[in-house]
Design a protein around this ligand. Structure first.
Ligand code: HEM
Length: 481
């Protein structure tokens, strides 16, 4: 207890401390024994109340240097010495994959994988995105008009289908274990988040005795076995020289003749040789980082449009103007013309950032707010709070208003005020992939259906997780247009 107090007083006043604080448990009372909704609310409350640019949140003895300030966020997220993942990211069990990898591994992997989703490659994915969306629409068509459905279930299956097809040419519709796989995707973030806030579970020898450990291990085993099968298939093709990717573009230099599958790109990468484990963990990382996130964001957009019919009408009209045909001819270029739809999407990502909190670790000492912060410290960036700051977004920051993202109002905004896809060189690798695939989902869904909901914005509550999880379901009614 004395050591706790000494440690607490070893930082200057410029780095405030979250209250109530107690020796040994720190700010643990904000989370221990609380429901997931209360955990989210408590964290959000302390983050919005943080008056200093940087303040300390104590999980037991562990300090997280939190910020809700855009300049501080920029300083941390662009500092090459703050690119590491803290030990809590080991809870994902995928630390040889890009998302959770420590800096020494991450640097080379990221450099090699940055071109994996360039614009030409994304263009080659458009037909896959369209097919997966059409399959979803077919399933929705079978639902009686006016029936209340959880749209998230349908979107998750659709994004999984997209990710599987573009990552390793796999049609999930042929897969008997699709439910296990969907469960695997949702579990990716669930168990890691649960363990993060139960700091007694940070110790492996305690966690190993828990039910969560057994469940997480079983899901991980299932996914890992699956990742191994994908690896073996690709490896066989690779060794026989049968990889299906075009390594060259077609004669007109207009793009690739075939979709450039992620697994094949890793195998044939010339700038870095990936080990077997790295390939498997990156396949699972891309699936994990891409499915639930994109599905959740589209679910929020649809819910929001269902709550605000006038915005839904404007999005519909724009989509019909750009794609009047019954079977839209979609390209990455034509999607750029959906400017109002993009404003609506961005405004939804602002209010509902799928990653409400990010963590980073410094690999060298850094000086911030006049204090030397030793290497190995943890930084937290509260994106949820930054996105709702009244001094940046105006007094109505809590309200939905897509006009905030009009070109005029966006001009001159701080580059770290909007962090839906994070910032700096460790930002989201799949941001453009996500935007294109999500827009395609909206095109087909809006053209075909009118969305309604009984949910009101003021009733929305969130659960503490790595991703912004609605407490309850994204319940909507769909009516054919
Ligand atoms: C709406 C959809 C998405 C959102 C909002 C989103 C958001 C994010 C955020 C905020 C991060 C940074 C995490 C951090 O700094 O700690 C991230 C990382 C990442 N995302 Fe996304 N993401 C989305 C979709 C995707 C998709 C579709 C893919 C893949 C196709 C993807 C792949 C990744 C990867 C690999 C990383 C780790 C990057 C690294 O550590 O270098 N994401 N994403």
């Amino acid at each position: 207890a004395i050591w706790s107090i000494v440690k607490k007083n070893s930082y200057p006043q410029t780095i405030g401390i979250v209250e109530p604080w107690y020796p040994l448990i720190g700010n643990g009372l904000l989370f221990l024994g609380q429901t997931d909704v209360k955990k989210f609310q408590n964290l959000e409350k302390v983050c919005s109340a943080g008056k200093e640019d940087l303040f300390r949140l104590y999980l037991g003895e562990k300090i997280i240097f939190y910020t809700n300030d855009v300049n501080m966020a920029q300083k941390i997220m662009t500092n090459p010495n703050c690119m590491n993942r803290p030990y809590m990211y080991d809870f994902f069990n995928l630390n040889k994959g890009l998302f959770a990898a420590k800096t020494h591994l991450w640097k080379g992997q990221r450099k090699a994988l940055n071109p994996a989703f360039n614009m030409k490659i994304l263009e080659s994915f458009v037909p896959i995105f369209c097919d997966a969306t059409k399959n979803m629409v077919q399933r929705l068509d079978a639902i009686p008009a006016g029936e209340t459905i959880n749209i998230m279930e349908h979107l998750l299956r659709c994004t999984l289908e997209m990710l599987c097809a573009t990552t390793f040419e796999f049609d999930v519709n042929d897969f008997a274990k699709i439910d296990e796989m969907l469960h695997g995707m949702e579990s990716f973030f669930y168990y890691a988040a649960k363990r993060m806030l139960k700091f007694q579970y940070h110790l492996d020898f305690i966690y190993r005795w828990t039910k969560d450990y057994r469940e997480q291990t079983s899901v991980h085993k299932f996914m890992h076995t699956y990742g191994m099968q994908i690896y073996n298939n690709a490896n066989e093709k690779y060794t026989k020289g049968l990889l299906t990717n075009d390594q060259t573009e077609d004669g007109n230099n207009e793009g690739f003749r075939k979709p450039q599958l992620f697994v094949n790109q890793i195998f044939s990468n010339t700038s870095r040789k990936f080990t077997r484990e790295e390939i498997i963990e990156n396949i699972l990382t891309i699936l994990g980082a891409g499915t639930d996130t994109s599905a959740t964001e589209v679910a929020y957009v649809l819910l929001q449009l269902a709550m605000y019919p006038s915005y839904q009408q404007k999005v519909y009209e724009e989509i019909m103007k750009v794609f009047p045909e019954a079977e839209p001819h979609i390209t990455t270029e034509s999607l750029k013309r959906l400017q109002y739809t993009e404003m609506v999407m961005n405004e939804c990502f602002r209010i509902y950032p799928v990653a409400p909190n990010l963590l980073r670790e410094n690999t060298e000492d850094v000086t911030l707010c006049g204090a030397r912060i030793p290497k190995g410290s943890i930084f937290g960036i509260s994106i949820y709070t930054i996105h709702r700051r009244k001094d940046i977004w105006g007094p109505d920051a809590d309200r939905f208003n897509p006009e905030r993202f009009s070109p005029e109002r966006s001009a001159g905004r701080h580059p770290f005020a909007f962090l839906a896809f994070s910032g700096g060189s460790r930002n989201c690798l799949g941001a453009r992939y996500a935007m294109i695939s999500m827009k395609i989902m909206l095109v087909y869904l809006m053209k075909k259906y009118h969305f309604k909901t009984k949910i009101r914005e003021e009733d929305l509550r969130y659960r503490f997780e790595i991703i912004l999880r609605l407490d309850g379901e994204h319940l909507v009614q769909i009516e054919k247009r």
